[in-house]
Design a protein around this ligand. Structure first.
Ligand code: FES
Length: 123
């Protein structure tokens, strides 16, 4: 008998779309994690990342300034302005800095859901 471990995306309800400021972010709790959720109104795009900035480990990214670099959506940490891609989490301002975790987001009517990996085991 063998056990197969797989990962599946589980969607949790984060908040209503109206809870997120236009072109800004909010912090959402999921279990013990803090997730930064962003809404780019002019592109009608949603992104979610870890809220923890890896530079000095501040829970701050949801309060960061959003924008674009060469059409890539990004957030700049409010502390020392390290900048991270909202698409894949890599640090755009410093190649030596760690990447951040990103999460998929889906909107169903006026509700925002964030996808997290769930490890499942089948025997
Ligand atoms: S703590 Fe975020 S850039 Fe320094």
């Amino acid at each position: 008998m063998s056990t197969i471990h797989t990962t599946a995306t589980s969607w949790f309800f984060a908040c209503k779309t109206s809870d997120v400021p236009t072109n800004g972010g909010v912090c959402v709790k999921y279990k013990d994690e803090q997730i930064a959720l962003f809404y780019f109104a002019r592109r009608n795009e949603w992104y979610a990342t870890q809220n923890l900035c890896p530079h000095r480990r501040q829970m701050a990214l949801s309060r960061g300034m959003t924008g674009t670099v060469k059409d890539e959506p990004k957030v700049a940490c409010p502390f020392h302005k390290k900048t991270f891609s909202l698409k894949d989490g890599r640090c755009l301002s410093d190649e030596t800095e760690c990447a951040i975790t990103t999460y998929p987001v889906k909107i169903v009517e006026d509700r925002v859901y964030i996808g997290v990996d769930m490890e499942t085991a089948a025997v």
